[in-house]
Ligand binder design. Structure first.
Ligand SMILES: Cc1cc2nc3c(=O)[nH]c(=O)nc-3n(C[C@H](O)[C@H](O)[C@H](O)COP(=O)(O)OP(=O)(O)OC[C@H]3O[C@@H](n4cnc5c(N)ncnc54)[C@H](O)[C@@H]3O)c2cc1C
Ligand SMILES: *[C@@H]1O[C@H](CO)[C@@H](O)[C@H](O)[C@H]1NC(C)=O
Ligand SMILES: *[C@@H]1O[C@H](CO)[C@@H](O)[C@H](O)[C@H]1NC(C)=O
Ligand SMILES: *[C@@H]1O[C@H](CO)[C@@H](O)[C@H](O)[C@H]1NC(C)=O
Ligand SMILES: *[C@@H]1O[C@H](CO)[C@@H](O)[C@H](O)[C@H]1NC(C)=O
Length: 628
């Protein structure tokens, strides 16, 4: 086994030789759009002021400044990335220092534990620290967004309407031909674009230990191998990494939508905290912010609109500090309510990490594997040389590229239908915190009814089973959310304290039942397939946890209610369903104010959120340009 793999590694190294030696010099990024470091450099007004220079903020700033007559100012709390934060990223580097690191409020259904809340705090936002996994979720996830508006569904908030924006957002680079052949990789470039400066691509190497885990999926009933990760289906598929195809460097909001644009109408101030949006007669007129080392805040007007892109954790905080939010929450914090909007900070959701741990000890006998990088000096030297010379080989792998993205019909053929019926018929309000506004309860009920029909579909992803060639299947991720939490200002210190993040994890009994089914599927996957011969070692929940009731009782000790995919806190839904923005992303009850980030997702897609955020931002830019 090792010999042919090494051979193919070498041929791959040669295949990329044409890129030329300049490709391996790590340049310091050149920031050509105008960098504002002092308030005296600001224009007297801007057409648009964007709060938050992260994933969505920079994307929209780029699109709006394509018109040289449009002036845009981006205000970002974090710093400019330094070169080593950006490049190179091997092994899926995540969670570097440029982050907000908060903790949640104690989770009552999870034994009172607190959990980390981690977000990018830098120009580039979370796209600068994330794990670079590029996934899209299911077509039906996006159709459910538009369905919440019933017959008033407009502006194409559904799969067909968003697909052109997924294409606009990403340039697709297919996997290397020898990997396609060796692993029988399916892909279909027609679900992707070629024009964006944001690249998705594949590593130049994959470990052979993936083969039995891919085969094992095909040995179980109801699992399809879909045509492409971007096709909106569910099943087993290969998915790309947010990186360029040559240097295998992170491709993210900064190098795609800011650096080297050279536009004098695109201004950006880093290290600048926006304190509030300024309203006058129901209209957003400007913002108040503090630049680095400034003693007193600056107020600045926008002649057209304020666009909020502070991310799903800070956008509700900013709106609430600006007097826009649930009166009950604002009263408690001593903030005057200018617009009583009950949905702000509610409908908070994230994916959950199940915490089950299974190792396939037999993978150690399949070489090369990840451990050989440590234990086999010859393999390590080869890998290091390939990376140093040609930026290919094992070090070009980030966090993995293949997973089962499975529908509930495959995870639980026996129970999906009865669980869906139970979800439809439950008293939804009973699973939200007491005192939740009736419109928010109504919105949750509408979402759960939509989710119930998705539970019966073979095309909606409910769980991700990512496989690792060195260790086996990684802890499964629940890729839909049944519970809803909240993110509100801390009444004790609304401006300076982090917001109170409550996942309200494990609150809905149907979620618990689905998680139990996910554990049982994991067990079938490793015991009723090819994988049974690879010395299955289940350490969590472990062999003593057998019955459904025992698995259910294990959940609170193992589950993490976050997969770093915060969303939903300024949801695009009808006002009477607790929505915060309409289908043009305008905040209800306020003129000239839109939200353009992950907060607007009514519900999560069945995949990691970054692709959806870029597509939302691309669509938002068109809505803004057309004055929709
Ligand atoms: C650790 C981690 C790993 C992840 N892994 C993946 C992955 O592998 N694949 C994937 O698809 N998704 C992943 N995600 C999720 C994805 O990165 C996010 O959903 C997406 O980047 C969010 O984009 P956004 O524009 O909504 O917010 P962000 O990109 O977070 O941008 C918000 C920006 O606003 C700034 N800001 C906040 N408040 C203020 C204020 N008051 N004034 C000025 N600026 C402010 C912040 O500093 C930040 O830069 C991950 C996220 C994290 C945190
Ligand atoms: C890198 O590519 C060059 C040019 O094709 C090739 O000669 C060299 O062997 C490659 N380096 C490694 C370590 O494979
Ligand atoms: C701001 O203050 C920091 C130290 O707090 C200093 O390093 C930096 O140079 C100052 N920046 C400006 C623009 O004055
Ligand atoms: C798999 O797991 C090993 C061990 O935890 C880790 O070092 C490696 O980065 C993971 N990814 C791949 C692709 O092997
Ligand atoms: C199973 O995994 C645990 C934890 O990694 C390890 O301590 C133990 O030795 C493994 N058991 C076997 C039989 O390999």
């Amino acid at each position: 086994m090792p010999v042919p793999r090494l051979f193919s590694l070498l041929t791959l190294g040669v295949a990329f030789a044409a890129v030329g030696s300049h490709a391996f010099v790590v340049p310091r990024s050149v920031y050509q759009a105008r960098r504002i470091v002092d308030a005296s450099q600001l224009l007297p007004t801007y057409d648009y002021i964007i709060v938050g220079g992260g994933t969505s903020g920079l994307t929209v700033a780029d699109r709006l400044t394509e018109d040289p007559d449009t002036t845009v100012l981006v205000l970002e709390a974090g710093s400019m990335p330094i070169a080593e934060d950006v490049l190179p990223v091997t092994g899926g580097g995540t969670q570097r220092q440029v982050s907000y690191i908060y903790v949640s409020v104690p989770q009552k259904n999870l034994g009172g534990q607190i959990f980390p809340v981690i977000l990018g705090k830098m120009v580039g936002g979370s796209s600068g620290i994330n794990a670079m996994m590029s996934a899209r979720g299911s077509a039906e996830d996006y159709d459910r967004w538009g369905n919440l508006f019933g017959k008033h569904n407009k502006h194409g908030w559904n799969w067909q309407g968003l697909l052109p924006y997924f294409k606009k957002a990403f340039s697709f680079n297919p996997p290397p031909a020898d990997i396609v052949e060796e692993f029988d990789v399916k892909y279909d470039a027609s679900y992707w674009g070629t024009e964006s400066a944001l690249d998705v691509s594949f590593p130049s190497y994959q470990y052979p230990g993936l083969q039995p885990m891919i085969r094992a999926f095909s040995e179980l009933p109801g699992i399809e191998f879909t045509r492409d990760s971007g096709a909106g289906g569910a099943g087993v598929y290969w998915f790309p990494t947010f990186m360029d195809p040559v240097k295998h460097e992170r491709s993210y909001a900064v190098n795609a939508h800011y650096s080297n644009l050279g536009r004098p109408n695109y201004h950006l101030a880093a290290d600048t905290l926006v304190r509030r949006v300024l309203l006058q007669h129901g209209s957003a007129k400007g913002v108040e912010f503090t630049m680095q080392n400034q003693t007193s805040p600056t107020q600045l007007k926008a002649t057209k609109e304020i666009l909020v892109a502070a991310g799903a954790v800070h956008t509700p905080k900013l709106l609430q500090l600006s007097g826009i939010g649930p009166k009950r929450v604002l009263d408690a914090a001593g903030i005057e309510t200018l617009v009583d909007l009950p949905g702000v900070g509610q409908n908070f959701q994230d994916h959950a990490n199940l915490g089950a741990e299974v190792t396939l000890e037999g993978l150690q006998a399949i070489h090369p594997n990840g451990n050989d990088l440590v234990t086999d000096p010859e393999f390590r030297k080869l890998a290091e040389d390939l990376w140093a010379t040609n930026r290919t080989g094992p070090y070009s792998i980030a966090y993995g590229n293949i997973a089962g993205w499975l529908p509930l019909t495959a995870i639980s053929p026996g129970r999906f239908s009865s669980l869906a019926a139970e979800l439809e018929n439950q008293d939804h309000g009973a699973y939200l915190p007491p005192g939740t506004h009736p419109t928010v309860v109504k919105g949750y009920a509408a979402q759960m009814r939509g989710l119930a029909s998705a539970m019966r579909s073979k095309d909606t992803v409910f769980a991700r089973y990512l496989v690792n060639a060195t260790t086996g299947p990684l802890a499964p991720i629940l890729n839909q959310a049944f519970n809803r939490g909240s993110i509100n200002v801390d009444p004790a210190d609304p401006f300076d304290s982090p917001p109170l993040v409550d996942f309200n994890g494990l609150s809905n009994p149907i979620e618990r039942a689905v998680l139990v089914e996910m554990v049982k599927f994991l067990r079938r996957y490793v015991s009723e397939t090819t994988l049974a011969s690879l010395q299955v070692n289940e350490t969590q929940p472990g062999p003593d946890v057998v019955t459904d009731a025992e698995i259910d009782a294990w959940l609170p000790s193992a589950l993490t209610p976050s997969d770093w995919h915060a969303a939903g806190t300024a949801a695009m839904m009808p006002l009477e369903l607790g929505g915060v923005v309409d289908q043009t992303l305008r905040v209800y009850g306020v003129k000239n104010l839109r939200v353009i980030d992950a907060s607007i997702m009514p519900s999560l897609p069945g995949g990691n959120t970054c692709q959806a955020v870029y597509a939302i931002a691309e669509k938002a830019a068109d809505l803004i340009k057309s004055n929709a």
